[in-house]
Structures are given as C-alpha cells and as structure tokens.
Ligand binder design. Structure first.
Ligand SMILES: [Zn+2]
Length: 552
C-alpha cells in the first residue's frame, strides 16, 4: 500500500451541492434535520451566492471554475454557440476558455482532487486526480485523470458511476438510487482523502438538482400541482436524501484542521415552476419569428420519418427508456416523452430568411437576434423585445412573467461576447418555466402534473467555515465568480489577472486579512483543441438532459 504524503499548508475543501437553496434547506435546518449544516452556519459565514444568467448548471460551474463571466469563458448553455441546425453540439471541458482553479493550482505545484464537477469531461491533466461529472457521455468513457484511477476506484469501492442520475424520474426508485450513490461515491471520496495528497479537494453532489426539478411541487404546498397524498408518499425519502447530503458535510467537518477552510456552495438556486413561458411563440406573435409553410413543414417531417425511420424509433425507445421500464411506469410521463420526441420531428422548421429573433438555449432564458450586431435595426429590435418582455403579463393572473430583461453587454463583457445571446432575462420570483419549443399555440401554458415542477433561480447558497473564517456571520452580495479568487486567497496563491470575481475579504478573520495581502500574477495561456462528442454520445447527453428536466 502506498503511503499518504504529508499534507501541505493552506488547504481548501469545496463541497458543491448542485442547485441547493436555503429556501428549502433553512426550514430543515431549523427543524434540526441537518445538524452538520446547522453547525457550519452557526460557526461560519453564510449567505446567498448569486449565480449567472441564465442560471444553468454548465455555465454556472464554468464561472465557478474560472472566476469569469460567460463573455470571457464562452459557456452560456449546455450547447455550443448559436446555430441554425436542430442538432446542437454539447459543451465539454474544452469549451471553457482560459484557466481553471485546478489548472492554476497545478501550475503552482499544489495538489488537487477534482471530483464529479459538471463540465470536466474530457478530463484534463492536473497535479493530482480528476473524475469528471455531468456531461460525461457514458460509463465506458475514460472519465478519470490519471486514466488508471477508474480501475483503482472500482477495485476499492466495488462499483462507481459517473452519471448515477442519468435516468432520474419522479419515483421512489430514483430517490433510493440517489441516496445509494451519494454514499457510494462518498466511499470513493474517503479513499481519495486517505490515499492522495491534496491542497484543494472539491466534489459536487448532483442530486439536489434533479430532485428539485421533479419533486418541487411536493415540497411546496403553494404549488398548483401540490398533492398531499403524493407528498406523504415521498417526503421521507426526499428528507433522507438531504440527510445523506448533511452526512457528507459531517465527513468534511472531520477533515478540518487549522490549515483548512471549507466552502459549501451551490451553482444556482431553485424555485417553483407553475406555467410554461413559450419564448418562441412570444416572438412569433410579435412577428419576429417565422415558420416555413405548414405544407412544407409536414413534407419535411414526413421525409424525416421515412428517411430516418430507424433513427426515429431509436429515439422513441430512448425516450421510453428514460423512465426506466423496470419500475413499470408506462404512464403519462412516458407518453409525454414520446409526444415531445415526435413534436421535435414534426414542429415547423424556422424560416430563417424571415426570422429576426429566436430562442434556442436549453431552458429558454435568452434570445438571439438574427441580424448583424451593429446597425440601427438590430438595436431597434432588441429594445422592442426588451420592452415587450418587461410588459408581458400572464393572461390569467395579470402577473408579470419575467423580473428583468438585459442587453448582453449590461451583464457581460469579454472576447466571446459576440457568441452570447443578445438578450437575457431573469424570472425573479415568478413561477414560470421558459421554453424554446416551436410547436405550441400559446405564450403561457399550465405545466401538466407529470412534468417538472421546479426550475433554477439565480440565488444559490454559500457557506464558509474554518479557523481563518469569521464566526456566525451572514453576508450579502457574494457571487459565483468570487469563489475562484476567494479560494486562491485562502490558499495564499496569487490570483491571475482578468478574473471578474473579487476576494470575499469580509468572510475572513481580520488577523488573516492583516497578514495576507492579495497577490496577483500574469495569467497563463491555455490552449486545448475542441472536443467533439460522437453522434451516439450527443444523443445520450440529450436524453439525459431530458430526464433531468432540462429539456422540455
Ligand atoms: Zn446546477
């Protein structure tokens, strides 16, 4: 057995809880259900962590990794930039431009363990170990660095899954699987804690995100689809999932010493989704998006079915497979999945020559203008859409649908600004789920009881704990881009120039701040060739996003 090398000084542990929000956790903490998180809040610093817009998992973790806004790292969605093609290219670790926390620390000769972070596939070489996370195409892929780690882990812990939530659905089986895999992967983490030297140990638990997409209505009696009998059926299992997460927090507390700072964070928050907001219908009603004629569309759809018959059936089977036939749910959700697959094939294609604006991202919280960026018409159309979005009301309740719409340059800047959506909008507290669906007849539509009931919000969570950190303090205004510089500061590493985030100095003890000046260094050039998923991998990723509730 190899012996563990001595641990270095000024270490950091980060525990990422994908999609976790205080809205849900605080009541559980107050009830005494999550004692370890309670201890962190009592003895450390906590507050809301502002995500980015749109608050999606892929771009949010890219901003965490780089300390930069999407205009600089280039990732704003689960897909690569805008395209007039239906088949989009999923983003990968190579889509993130510039240095990441782990590449900076590796350069400095510090040891890292980066585990299950979204968007780390294909794994890049680091000074330590890396196991990729969400967006890894399949279990057969080489998802570890070094490559041999995958076999080592399986030999140690029996089995390991890099995508344990790949077929998550609204059923007890999925919740039980989540509990099993939180603990199983923690077994692997315990092994790595023991056997590897680390200065930064970071892992992400993905479970809160799919749980909240599928079960939010059962945690929220004000949700239109709340159902008491269903809530009773699942409440213990859901609570058990969060308790399992709290156990992991407890494990991290045991690793703390005077040299180590612990951060518990989420990439975005969550909130209720009651109704769809079909963004492309909204644009079509404004006369800014045009479809090809129905006859042409039908013709194309038929051609697709006839021409790609095998393909279509494979897609259908995948859609059915999403809901795991082993648990006998040939119910509404399966039918809905099949309908949506057909919808994608038969929806009228966009007439690009007549289209001036469209929504294309995964969850629909942004709009591209189909015109050159400079020019009067571009600005006029953008102002017009923003004005209409801000005025938009739910026809039933007269409530506003969005909280605010922004021009991209109001939020972001950097060399990849051109490829970002021209308009981004925030939902605020409003319970809508924006979509980029094409074949819909109204702008606002109730979400059926079998579909997702929770959706991302910008307000994630932040907790810091350790001997360098203030005690029992609440903070406001922390942003996800602040984490990379703050973590480097806690590790006494110089911060590369060009990050958008700032060091959260307020969270540290005055004695640490007095003895630790913020140091900067020149950034290192990072170049990696783009990664192309195979068509099969692309389909698998799309199917998985669908089951997580990301794709409508
Ligand atoms: Zn997420």
């Amino acid at each position: 057995m190899e012996k563990r090398e001595a641990l270095g000084k000024h270490r950091v542990i980060v525990l990422g809880l994908d999609g976790a929000t205080f809205d849900l956790l605080m009541p559980l903490i107050r009830r005494g259900e999550l004692p370890n998180l309670a201890r962190l809040i009592e003895g450390g610093v906590h507050g809301v962590l502002e995500s980015i817009l749109p608050p999606y998992t892929a771009p949010a973790w890219a901003s965490f990794a780089t300390g930069k806004n999407p205009g600089k790292h280039g990732v704003v969605d689960f897909w690569e930039g805008p395209s007039q093609k239906r088949r989009r290219t999923p983003v990968s670790s190579r889509s993130i431009r510039g240095e990441t926390l782990w590449s900076i620390l590796s350069e400095e000769g510090r040891k890292v363990a980066v585990i299950n972070l979204p968007l780390t596939y294909p794994p890049s070489p680091v000074n330590g170990v890396l196991i990729s996370g969400m967006m890894t195409p399949c279990e057969e892929a080489d998802y570890t660095f070094p490559k041999s780690l995958k076999g080592e882990l399986k030999a140690q812990v029996g089995e390991y899954a890099v995508n344990p939530y790949a077929r998550f659905g609204r059923n007890a089986h999925s919740l039980k699987k989540a509990i099993y895999w939180i603990e199983k992967r923690e077994e692997a983490n315990r092994y790595l804690f023991e056997k590897r030297r680390w200065d930064l140990f970071i892992n992400v638990i993905q479970a809160p995100d799919p749980i909240q997409h599928h079960f939010w209505h059962l945690l929220d009696p004000y949700h239109g689809n709340y159902n008491e009998a269903e809530a009773k059926k699942y409440e213990n299992l859901i609570l058990e999932c969060y308790k399992e997460v709290d156990c992991v927090v407890g494990q991290r507390l045991q690793k703390l010493d005077d040299e180590t700072t612990l951060f518990v964070i989420s990439d975005h928050g969550f909130g209720p989704a009651h109704k769809y907001f079909h963004v492309n219908r909204f644009l079509a009603d404004l006369g800014l998006l045009a479809f090809q004629s129905p006859r042409g569309a039908l013709h194309q759809g038929t051609r697709k079915v006839l021409g790609r018959g095998a393909d279509l059936w494979r897609s259908l089977l995948r859609a059915v497979d999403l809901f795991d036939l082993r648990i006998k749910v040939l119910d509404n959700r399966v039918r809905a999945a099949i309908r949506e697959r057909l919808d994608g094939t038969f929806s009228p294609p966009i007439d690009w020559a007549k289209t001036k604006a469209y929504c294309q991202d995964l969850a629909g919280q942004s709009i591209y203008i189909n015109l050159r960026e400079s020019g009067e018409e571009y600005e006029e159309i953008r102002d017009y859409i923003i004005g209409q979005l801000m005025k938009l009301k739910d026809p039933e309740t007269q409530e506003p649908i969005i909280a605010h719409a922004y021009k991209k340059e109001e939020l972001y800047q950097g060399e990849y600004l051109d490829s970002l959506p021209d308009i981004l909008f925030s939902l605020g507290p409003h319970p809508y789920l924006p979509t980029s669906r094409l074949s819909v007849s109204s702008v606002v539509e109730g979400i059926p009881p079998y579909a997702v009931s929770g959706m991302h919000r910008e307000q994630g969570l932040f907790v810091a704990f350790g001997s360098k950190v203030q005690k029992g303090m609440a903070i406001a205004g922390a942003k996800i881009v602040d984490l990379a510089p703050t973590i480097l500061y806690a590790m006494k590493v110089a911060i590369p120039e060009g990050m958008d985030g700032k060091v959260l100095l307020d969270i540290f003890q005055p004695s640490y701040v007095a003895s630790t000046p913020i140091r900067y260094q020149k950034p290192s050039p990072m170049e990696a060739p783009p990664y192309r998923y195979t068509e099969e991998e692309r389909e698998e990723i799309e199917a998985r996003l669908r089951s997580l509730g990301y794709l409508d």
